[in-house]
Design a protein around this ligand. Structure first.
Ligand code: IVH
Length: 696
């Protein structure tokens, strides 16, 4: 059991190097307990305190920084160009098949080549990015992508930020070790990342694998650190390794500190292999990450060596790939949609087709480059696939069904909405419409963003109402909401076409108008940090807005800051700083901000509102789960205002869970198993109002 120093133990100068070493070791152990064993032994708060202490000491005494310092995981190193390096052992890929018969043939081939009957190990086939990790004397020296199998990209700085990858090994390890596995992005993190990207006007990633691969290639490792990448390591290479079977290699991998596959099964017959495959073909839907098949490996390393490899694949392993549900359907037309930031997304309209239980009528073609790659022609028959992920995608064209003289689908040159000439930014895959103040979907998108829940949260306005206000010329930019008057709104009419083509005129009822105006009025109390997010500066998401607001305290300071000054804020890199400067260099934006300020919207940090209301939750780690009468963000804010700390997952250090409606069953089970109290929203309210102390 590791004991840890508290920040109060001030080391004397002579033992400082040892102290830094111990602190490094302790933090690495806690990191392993949390990210690999899923069994933390200290609270997040205590961990953060220790990490901060180490950071402080490292800053003061950089000569004592350890090569496995956990502060490396925070990132900050910039890789301008990833260097290509040769693999120590070629990085082969697996032969793969979609048929059980071919697995039977693989088994026959293996049996024929061996004297003794083989035992197999079945594993999941992780759908991520393959990685090779090199350790020398137990220290992570290099992390390299597969590349062409002979050489790959050195992504060491980025990989060091992944918390489930050990920077230094535990126990008794060989001097040289290569470990291979997969970097992946769990579903939950993937969805959160895509939500954040949409918030800042970036196109979402198509699937977790693309997101993982894109993240590994980011230039700023501090950005990678925030992406929440994870890994599974499944292969050890080296000399005189301390195990004789693949199955036993995992005990060593674990002992050394690696995160290993979730499921492993020894199989001694084709029937057992078939059962494993069938089980995971359906159960995979319940996993929190993507798999695209299972891998079957000969267990004995000696037998693996006897079998050897072809030029491309080892003969001792094979991948069974799950059939992606795929259909062939004709293309009816291609639409081009314009989003809030002007990015143009091509969407294929398809003849409706049943795929994995749902009817698919449309599929995103993502961007110009993808249309080019697929080389789609009018009326082509397209293959639509649904893998582990929810969004169907076009994976190919059936050339034999192409009509003679069919014309190639071309990307539009002008905005489908406002006819402005589209432009393309250096290094970006898509085109966008630069007419941000007049182009209707961009104007509407900006307004919708402004009123959205995480921004000004004006829920008495919605898409339909915004259409009506736009149609009647009452709003053009967000500041116009604050000039709306009852008499203007009451008379508004809109013609709508019903299901049977009958025409109806609708107008706002008095109650609706009252609600709309009350919602707008209330939004004047929304704190500055959310206003800063609401005004829609490209790349400024919720968190960046918070950090900017806290650092600069008011809008004038932000508007007048230079790029360098902006970059002093944690989270703000070149791209974000550039975008902020550009925003405030645009007259329309400045005018809108001035009008919003005149209307009474908050453009200054209100320090008072951030003062704690009470300390009743002081030092408590709290998890919120489910739906409450207030938004989850408001619930979290409340916890902070009473001195509590929000944590995202339940561990034995969680003090209690506040459960709303529909609390996740897994979370409930975990809380019950660990004996963590679960409070209802009402009980929590009583607690913070100090009418009843539930427990001490
Ligand atoms: S073993 C010598 N095991 O699938 C081949 N690969 O071509 C060693 N993959 O290259 C690979 N899950 O990127 C192995 N449990 C698993 C895997 C796995 C995913 C990937 C890996 C490999 C590709 C197949």
């Amino acid at each position: 059991m590791i004991t840890h120093h508290s920040a109060a133990d001030v080391p004397s100068a002579s033992c400082l190097p040892d102290y830094i070493k111990t602190l490094t070791q302790q933090l690495n152990q806690h990191n392993y307990n949390y990210y690999v064993l899923d069994n933390p032994t200290i609270s997040d708060y205590e961990f953060d305190q220790l990490l901060e202490e180490l950071q402080r000491l490292e800053k003061e005494y950089p000569q004592y920084i350890q090569p496995d310092s956990p502060t490396l995981r925070i990132g900050g190193e910039i890789t301008k160009q990833f260097v290509t390096v040769a693999h120590v052992f070629p990085m082969l890929s697996l032969g793969n098949t979609y048929s059980i018969e071919e697995i039977e043939e693989f088994d026959k081939r293996v049996q024929n080549a061996l004297i003794e009957k083989p035992e197999y190990v079945c594993e999941l086939k992780y759908d991520g990015v393959a990685i090779s990790l090199i350790y020398e004397k137990g220290i992570l020296l290099r992390a390299v992508t597969r590349g062409d199998g002979i050489q790959g990209d050195d992504v060491t700085q980025n990989v060091k930020t992944i918390k489930s990858i050990p920077l230094k090994l535990f126990g008794d390890f060989p001097d040289f070790l290569e470990v291979r596995g997969e970097i992946l992005l769990p579903h939950q993190v993937f969805h959160k990342l895509n939500e954040e990207r949409e918030d800042i006007g970036e196109p979402p990633f198509a699937n977790p694998r693309n997101a993982a691969s894109g993240s590994l290639k980011l230039q700023d490792s501090a950005e990678v650190a925030k992406r929440g990448l994870d890994c599974r390591l499944y292969l050890v290479l080296g000399e005189n390794l301390p195990f004789e079977t693949h199955f036993n290699s995992f005990f060593k991998l674990k002992e050394w500190g690696f995160k290993t596959p979730d499921v492993l099964q020894k199989c001694n017959s084709i029937d057992e292999i078939r059962a494993f495959i069938n089980h995971w073909d359906t159960e995979r839907e319940k996993l929190s990450f993507d798999i695209d098949g299972v891998v079957i490996k000969v267990n004995h390393i000696f037998q693996q060596q006897q079998l050897g490899a072809t030029a491309k694949n080892p003969r001792w392993a094979i991948a069974y790939k799950f059939k992606a549900q795929r259909q062939l359907t004709p293309l009816l037309s291609v639409d081009f949609q314009v989003g809030r930031t002007g990015v143009v997304t091509p969407v294929a309209n398809l003849q409706p087709v049943l795929l994995a239980g749902t009817v698919v009528k449309r599929a995103s073609l993502h961007n110009y480059d993808i249309i080019q790659q697929l080389d789609i022609h009018d009326n082509d028959f397209l293959y639509v696939e649904k893998g582990g992920e929810i969004i169907p995608k076009i994976v190919g064209v059936e050339l034999s069904k192409r009509l003679p003289n069919a014309q190639k689908v071309t990307f539009i040159s002008h905005c489908p909405s406002c006819n402005t000439l589209l432009t393309r930014k250096e290094g970006e895959a898509g085109f966008y419409c630069p007419n941000e103040w007049e182009c209707p979907p961009q104007v509407k998108g900006k307004l919708e963003h402004f009123i959205s829940r995480k921004a000004m949260n004006i829920d008495s306005l919605g898409e339909g109402k915004i259409y009506m206000l736009l149609d009647n010329g009452l709003v053009k930019s967000s500041a116009d909401f604050y000039n709306l008057k009852q008499e203007l709104l009451l008379g508004l009419e809109k013609r709508i076409t019903g299901e049977n083509n009958e025409q109806r005129i609708v107008s706002f009822r008095e109650k609706t108008v009252e609600n709309m105006l009350a919602g707008i009025e209330q939004s004047k109390n929304v704190p500055f940090e959310r206003v800063l997010f609401a005004i829609g500066i490209r790349y400024v998401g919720e968190t960046t807005a918070k950090k900017l607001a806290r650092y600069f305290k008011n809008i004038d300071a932000i508007a007048n800051a230079s790029k360098e000054e902006l970059k002093a804020v944690d989270d703000v890199g070149e791209q974000v700083a550039e975008s902020i400067v550009q925003f405030f260099n645009t007259v329309e934006n400045l005018e809108n901000v001035v009008k919003l300020r005149k209307a009474g919207v908050q453009f200054e940090l209100n320090e008072e509102s951030r003062e704690p209301i009470s300390n009743v939750l002081d030092g408590k780690s709290i998890v919120v789960s489910g739906v409450f009468s207030i938004s989850r963000d408001e619930m979290k804010q409340k916890i902070e205002q009473h001195g509590g700390k929000n944590v995202s997952s339940i561990s034995k250090n969680t003090d209690f869970v506040v459960a709303g409606d529909n609390m996740g069953p897994e979370k409930r089970k975990k809380a019950e198993k660990l004996g963590i109290p679960i409070l209802s929203e009402e009980e929590f309210e009583l607690m913070v109002n100090q009418q009843k102390i539930i427990f001490s």
